[in-house]
Design a protein around this ligand. Structure first.
Ligand code: NAP
Ligand code: GLV
Length: 314
């Protein structure tokens, strides 16, 4: 098959991607450049420049190397009607579960406070609490939210997870995780939450969800961990809630503007921990295996995996 490849990354990373994709998906022709209207069977893309796929003929699959596809969906030139698949990679889910476990453990055990104390050469032991005393609420129970919930449950935290809809009857359950949907259930759960983790996709419904109206439902002293997208968060409202002492700490991996500008107040905020969008990077080898599987399905005319519902936005 002829595959169009486009990735908005540095030249070295692009070369590495192509090398791994060629190794893991042998027998296909991979192209980085094309003429207007050229025909391809599939496009494999990583956060591509808007318009890059415009006018390509014959496409039967657009496969994203990123889990979140909101930028692709915002590109009005994305060929209409072509199935769009997102990245669902076990290695990425595991990385996300590690990041969430680190954040929750650090908040629960006061490790961010101890790091600050070290700056002041301050020897102060804080009260130690059980994981069972620290309720965690995960927004989103998809590939990432489910992996995170399972790992936190294994560490002993009481975990609730919020999703858009109630799963159809007969869907395998989530042993130990309290699953919720709907706004009243969310508000009720927020009131009993100590650590809130966001793993929602960015859609018109979820944009700005981490803002003052939601923070008001959290008890005083709760913390917020945003591992999904910067536009979920209303930055000024988070700062206000932290500065008023309503929220205790925020762990932020994603931002409205990335890279986070050097003068941004979050860098120096004593109760914000900044990560440079690394909660779960795409692992080239394992992601290439996911791509290979979908290309195989395409060749055989089988059902494609991890398809995005364009109308739903994820
Ligand atoms: P996913 O499998 O599509 O799961 C999405 C979950 O969100 C589902 O449980 C869905 O509910 C729920 N949801 C969607 N809209 C909702 C709404 N309006 N109200 C309540 N729940 C809603 O996505 P994923 O693979 O877990 O990834 C989630 C996001 O993580 C990605 O979109 C991306 O933005 C982010 N991400 C970040 C990094 C990083 O390094 N920081 C890496 C990878 C991904 P249903 O179950 O009812 O459908
Ligand atoms: C990273 O943020 C992704 O969506 O894959």
């Amino acid at each position: 098959m002829r595959i169009a490849f486009s990735a908005r990354v540095g030249a070295a990373e692009r070369a590495e991607w192509l090398q791994v994709l060629r190794e893991v998906c042998p027998g296909h022709e991979w192209h980085e450049q094309w003429a207007p209207g050229e025909a391809f069977d599939a496009a494999v893309v990583a956060n591509p420049e808007p318009g890059v796929l415009q006018g390509l003929r014959g496409l039967r699959l657009v496969q994203s190397l990123w889990a979140g596809v909101e930028r692709l969906l915002q590109d009005a030139t994305l060929p209409p009607g072509v199935p769009l698949a997102r990245m669902v990679d076990p290695a990425m889910n595991a990385a996300m579960a590690e990041t969430a476990a680190w954040a929750v453990l650090s908040l629960h055990r006061g490790f961010f406070d101890y790091a600050a104390q070290q700056q002041r050469a301050q020897w102060l032991q804080r009260r130690q609490r059980l994981a069972a005393e620290v309720p965690v609420l995960v927004l989103g129970y998809g590939a990432m939210g489910a992996a995170v919930s399972r790992s936190l449950l294994a560490l002993g935290y009481p975990v609730s997870a919020w999703r858009r809809v109630e799963p159809p009857a007969g869907t395998p359950g989530a042993p130990g995780v309290r699953l919720l949907h709907g706004t009243p259930a969310l508000h009720q759960a927020l009131a009993g939450t100590e650590v809130l983790i966001n793993l929602l996709p960015l859609t018109p419904q979820t944009r700005g969800i981490l803002g003052a109206p939601l923070f008001e439902h959290l008890p005083r002293g709760a913390s917020v961990v945003n591992l999904a997208r910067g536009a979920h968060l209303v930055e000024a409202e988070l700062r206000a809630a932290l500065d008023a002492g309503h929220l205790r700490h925020a762990v932020l991996d994603v931002f409205d503007t990335e890279p986070l500008p050097p003068a941004h107040p979050f860098w120096a905020h004593p109760r914000v921990t900044v990560l440079p969008h690394v909660a779960a990077l795409t692992d080239a080898r394992s992601a290439a295996a996911v791509v290979a599987d979908n290309l195989r399905r395409l060749e055989r005319g089988e059902l494609l995996a991890h398809l995005v519902d364009r109308a739903r936005g994820y």
